[in-house]
Design a protein around this ligand. Structure first.
Ligand SMILES: O=C(O)CCC(=O)C(=O)O
Ligand SMILES: [Fe+2]
Length: 306
């Protein structure tokens, strides 16, 4: 991925976008730093968003092969991956694939989106790694720091489909949550629905042609000792007569289950002590898989109370 401006010019907008200051909004829509992602060469990535990725309108015989509930590897097609852990179901179906460190066999990926999923994995990884370099620099660290921690070595693809919901005021598309990993790269079709919470207000993130959205996840909030904040977001139930399609790539550190993680030591000093306790990846995964998406995240559990 190339840069249209000197690289340093990208660091400040990234820092601003990852901090909890209210964003500039115009009529309730986001503008300013977050809209940065929509420019320049990112256009290219818009081309890999075929509506078929959702797989949702495939015949039952094709889909049923992927109906399963064992998360963490392979390919899974499900209505709400947290269906049995959450208090209520939301109005979407998803195709999920764990693409790294162990990618699914090509023949295990639905044929209708095999090529696209592989392309999206590659392109989203390039984007995420570039953003991680800027995020490292934004913390005053060497650009390679987050890469060294293997922050893009565990990846999950998700293709969400939010079909038309006849009574959208009675449910949600995806319940309010923060993403658990380091960063998430997302791309949506033209049907709106995503909202982020800023200064206690829900703000619409309307589709921008050719734009990508990058979410900071809980893991990055912890590594950065709270310098970057994971973003609370939700999706409204789809009131439009066509499906809302959203493709997502989640990036997390490779799972050394007994390894301890916590705020990066380089960021700590007597003036800036750790605000989170250390935890193992095992604890982190158990916390994620024992609850619905909306429940309190790991951050609440490990915050050091003064
Ligand atoms: O569909 C969207 O806009 C967001 C999806 C999402 O938040 C997620 O998969 O974690
Ligand atoms: Fe999310």
């Amino acid at each position: 991925m190339g840069y249209c401006m000197p690289r340093t010019a990208y660091v400040n907008p990234i820092i601003i976008a990852c901090q909890p200051t209210p964003l500039e909004t115009t009529n309730g829509q986001i503008s300013g730093p977050v809209a940065w992602g929509a420019q320049g060469e990112v256009e290219l990535y818009a081309r890999v968003i075929p509506t078929e990725v959702s797989d949702v309108y495939q015949p039952h015989e094709v889909k049923s092969k992927y109906y399963k509930r064992d998360e963490g590897q392979g390919v899974m097609y499900a209505s709400n991956n947290d269906l049995y852990r959450a208090n209520a179901a939301a109005w979407h179906d998803s195709l999920q694939a764990w693409t790294a460190p162990t990618p699914p066999k090509a023949e295990d990926i639905p044929e209708v989106c095999r090529k696209e999923m592989v392309a999206w994995d590659k392109l989203a990884t390039e984007v995420a790694e570039t953003v991680m370099e800027l995020l490292s620099q934004g913390l005053g660290l060497e650009a390679w720091k987050l890469k060294e921690l293997k922050c893009s070595d565990s990846r999950a693809f998700v293709g969400h489909c939010y079909p038309y919901c006849p009574q959208p005021d009675l449910t949600v598309g995806i319940t309010s949550h923060t993403d658990p990993g380091v960063v998430t790269v997302l791309q949506q079709n033209h049907v709106p629905g995503l909202q982020v919470k800023r200064a206690d207000e829900w703000v619409n993130v309307n589709p921008v042609p050719g734009g990508l959205i990058i979410n900071v996840g809980d893991f990055l909030q912890i590594l950065s000792n709270g310098e970057y904040k994971s973003v609370q977001h939700r999706v409204l139930a789809n009131s439009y007569k066509e499906a809302r399609i959203f493709i997502v790539m989640f990036f997390n550190v490779k799972k050394g289950k007994d390894c301890y993680y916590g705020p990066l030591p380089e960021l700590l000093s007597p003036e800036k002590p750790a605000i989170y306790e250390k935890f193992t990846m095992q604890e982190y995964l158990e916390n994620f898989y024992c609850k619905g998406l909306d429940s309190k995240s790991m951050i609440g559990k490990i915050t050091i109370q003064n």
